[in-house]
Design a protein. Structure first.
Length: 302
């Protein structure tokens, strides 16, 4: 008998992701959800809430804070965690932060290695986490297209794309030896436009940096950077104002904005639908060297 309810492609994606979340909770001893404050993390949170409703999310959130995140991101993170009552863990590589590690001084690859990759590996080790749930999507970037949904990591946290388990008929192998772990990607089969359509459907709160607004910017090496406490104009550069927004968020010195008039979700969806470039075209860390993202992932990066 028909119920009159039409199953949409978003319902199918949601169902798959919720199934994966529940598999993680059932199969691993101590999982954690990696929370970056971005749009994909916001969708992960909603999916986790739905997966375990009416109970609370049965694992903590982990945010790796490099100390260079845009101020609005940190404010949004803290306010959301307090409002929703999330168990939020914030981890920073304080020893390298105190050394003044900065991409303009040491290069983006080295800065990312210590403030992101090493900080993440340390946080997972200190917390004893055997599964880390992340918001990466296969269509996002070519090295991420190689990921399994349950992506095996060795005892050093390293990823080898040739040493992964087959995933047939949504059967996931969660068996690991002591010291090994798994990164889990419930959004693997989602696209950027799926994320935005789901955010609209679910009325998910997101950090305002995704909406177009007149902001002070610096144009540098093909990127539009915020003119903030982390980005000061160099010789020959000037601070100007423009209507910009972010398609993807990270550290302020490495995250480029796009010129845009999209001030609401409908505007964002229209822009993303018409876009011919990946959202990560404006992430400097992906492009410093050939195969940069894959090398970072092999070392343990998200």
């Amino acid at each position: 008998m028909s119920t009159g309810y039409k199953i949409s492609y978003l319902d199918n994606l949601e169902s798959e992701s919720i199934y994966i979340m529940r598999e993680v909770a059932a199969e691993f001893e101590k999982p954690v959800l990696l929370y970056s404050v971005g749009k994909d993390s916001s969708v992960l949170l909603r999916l986790a809430q739905k997966a375990f409703h009416p109970g609370k999310i049965p694992f903590p959130l982990l945010h790796v804070d490099t100390s260079y995140k845009i101020t609005e991101m940190i404010k949004f993170r803290d306010e959301l965690a307090e409002k929703e009552g999330f168990n939020l863990i914030v981890h920073r590589n304080e020893s390298y932060i105190k050394r003044g590690m900065h991409p303009s001084k040491y290069g983006m690859d080295k800065c990312c290695k210590f403030l992101k990759t090493q900080a993440l590996l340390d946080a997972l080790s200190e917390g004893g986490f055997d599964a880390a749930i992340g918001g990466a999507r296969r269509e996002e970037e070519k090295s991420r297209a190689k990921e399994r949904i349950f992506s095996f990591r060795d005892k050093f946290g390293a990823w080898d794309p040739k040493n992964q388990r087959p995933e047939l008929w949504n059967l996931f192998n969660a068996k690991i030896d002591p010291g090994e772990s798994v990164r889990v990607f419930p959004l693997s089969n989602w696209t950027e436009i799926d994320i935005w359509n789901y955010i609209k459907r679910e009325n998910i709160e997101i950090v305002p940096l995704y909406y177009s607004k007149k902001r002070k910017i610096i144009r540098r090496d093909g990127l539009i950077l915020l003119a903030d406490e982390f980005n000061e104009p160099r010789e020959g550069e000037k601070i100007e104002e423009a209507n910009v927004r972010f398609r993807t968020l990270g550290c302020s010195p490495c995250s480029g904005a796009v010129e845009s008039e999209a001030k609401d979700l409908d505007g964002i969806i229209s822009e993303v639908t018409a876009a011919i470039k990946s959202e990560r075209e404006n992430r400097a860390i992906d492009h410093e060297t050939d195969g940069s993202m894959e090398m970072k992932k092999r070392e343990g990066y998200f």
